[in-house]
Design a protein around this ligand. Sequence first.
Ligand code: PLZ
Length: 467
Amino acid sequence: MVQILSGAASPPGTDRPEQRRQLVTAVPGPRSQELMARRTAAVPAGVGTALPVFVERAGGGVLVDVDGNTLIDLGSGIAVTSVGNAAPAVVSAVAEQAARFTHTCFMITPYAGYVEVCERLNRLTPGGFEKRSMLVNSGAEAVENAVKIARAATGRPAVVVFEHGYHGRTLLTMTLTAKYRPYKAGFGPYAPEVYRAPMAYPFRWPSGPQRCADEAYERFADLVSTQVGADQVACVVVEPIQGEGGFVVPAPGFLRRVAEFCAAHGILLVADEVQTGFGRTGDWFASTFEGIEPDLVTTAKGIAGGMPLGGVTGRAEVMDAVHVSGLGGTFGGNPVSCAAAVAAIDMIESEDLVGRARRIAELALPRLHGLAERHPQVADVRGRGAMLAVELVGADGRTPAPALLADVLRRCAAEGVIVLGAGTYGNVLRLLPPLVIGEDLLLDGLDVLDAAFAAALAGPVHRSTGP
Ligand code: PLZ
């Protein structure tokens, strides 16, 4: 049964679950299994489930499942609940706004919350220039609109993206996404005028990480100049740290050179900060670490404490290039989501959650490096702030080890810790804890991770992974 919060006697959020891992059944428990059977009969398998544990409530850094187990959340619903799940300030803002009005459609009769969120986006995103923002419902919709705006502003058709990139599941953003399975298989034909350059992926760059930035830049510039035509390119779309592709931090200097190339050729640079945004990486936006000021920035995920919202923010002259009523959508910038966003952004500021992201790195990075020292299968440790990952390989130090990842994730879940996978080769373990997570909770989660690796690698299976 879903618990219903009732009236002023029990203000929303005050029944936050105890911030402690506690298992009372196997994971998944019997009630989750029952619900899973209903789900299988009612929902197509095309909508995946990473962990068949049904959630009843959540708060801070834990999820409580329908069997009464309390699990540590090191995934934040894929980098969404940065301010904590059901953050009391967000819950109150949502309840208050929902009681006043739930919808008008901003394109019909506007409201202040939408404008407020746009003002904040204009202020917080990188770049000292005058900006405008528009709001949408999701990350994919943000990227989709950024491309429409870039095309309208430049009058050019082409879009350049990168290997290992992820930008969404709609027809255009699926085309921008690199990975074939599961995202693209069977869903073609894809959108036209999308070109893909190599990413400066230090760990997997053929001639080694030292040469990665220069060589990847040369490949990019060559592709654009000789195959696409620089004067045909509306925009380059790039994640300043690649998310689904495996938390690939571009080799230092690569994105700055890409940005310079774009500026020199009238190409707009779109930073897809859907996953990296809102403090996640230890700055408000990850573009800052790369020393780039994108012309357009896309946001979603962590913007609104779990409510669906996305944004496109950009140079005023670029955003204003679109004709009146060329942009929009029925639900875009829903007032309840906007109220949640204002509360979440206030909280990121007042509780210095950007600093908390850096603190999470201080606590977690040494533990991940420790894993790498103990286990040669943990071959690369990377990321920034509370966006950290390890890449798992076989005995040759290179061949991806997706079976090892699956084993470790399964062992963590069985012990009540939710950790996510990622990567083009399905061999990257990523940590995306809520920025508010308690230090004890985080350390307990990391202990479980250590033990999961030790157990997985104690058996004969993964010791012999690789050719
Ligand atoms: N851009 C950089 O990370 C969403 C995808 C989950 P939506 N990443 C999680 C899945 O398997 O569908 C994402 C992203 C970046 C765009 C998106 C798309 O955001 O809100 O999922 O549409």
